[in-house]
Ligand binder design. Structure first.
Ligand code: PNS
Length: 163
């Protein structure tokens, strides 16, 4: 089955990578779909986010990375994708994820498969990584090494006073 792991990935974390890797073991093909225009302003451009995802999934031949705009169900239809895979970190994720899954199924017949997040990464989000790193916190172990470097570079440029 071809499935999609959609998200903003600003930037990709080890939690995302864990879900992508476990999905790739279970499904024929995994498309990682990067939302091009999230309402929240992004630290990295969509192209940069795609590049980072390609770097960290390069060892997984059945994973490909693409950008998308608009509705995820339209992306699924255009790419013959049967299901959306989502990681659930905690109960706090559940309500909104459930709503989106039911909306996507009721309006487009696209299924959502939930995967429980590895407890090692249950607290992890791109937003927290950015906030922690912005104020000098050490996020090694939370993001892949290549992302760690880009994060340090980008934050040094965007806020020279912080370093
Ligand atoms: O990493 P994020 O920002 O939590 O990912 C959220 C994302 C991109 C998966 C979700 O917002 C989404 O699917 N957006 C695409 C627009 C869409 O289809 N919205 C209707 C959902 S019912």
């Amino acid at each position: 089955m071809r499935v999609v792991c959609p998200g903003s990935f600003d930037p990709v974390t080890n939690g995302h990578l864990d879900i992508i890797t476990r999905s790739a073991r279970m499904h024929q093909e995994v498309v990682v779909a990067v939302l091009r225009n999230p309402s929240k302003s992004a630290l990295f451009t969509a192209d940069e986010r795609v590049e980072m995802l390609r770097e960290v999934t390069a060892d997984q031949p059945n994973v490909r990375v693409a950008k998308f705009n608009g509705l995820i169900v339209d992306f699924c239809r255009a790419n013959e994708i049967s299901a959306i895979v989502k990681g659930l970190r905690a109960v706090s994720d559940f309500d909104y994820e459930m709503q989106m899954a039911q909306m996507n199924y009721s309006q487009a017949g696209v299924e959502t498969l939930f995967m429980t997040t590895n407890p090692l990464y249950a607290f992890l989000s791109s937003s927290l990584v950015k906030e922690f790193a912005r104020y000098g916190g050490d996020v090694a172990g939370l993001v892949p090494a290549s992302v760690l470097h880009r994060l340090a570079d980008r934050l040094a440029v965007s806020d020279p006073a912080a370093h």
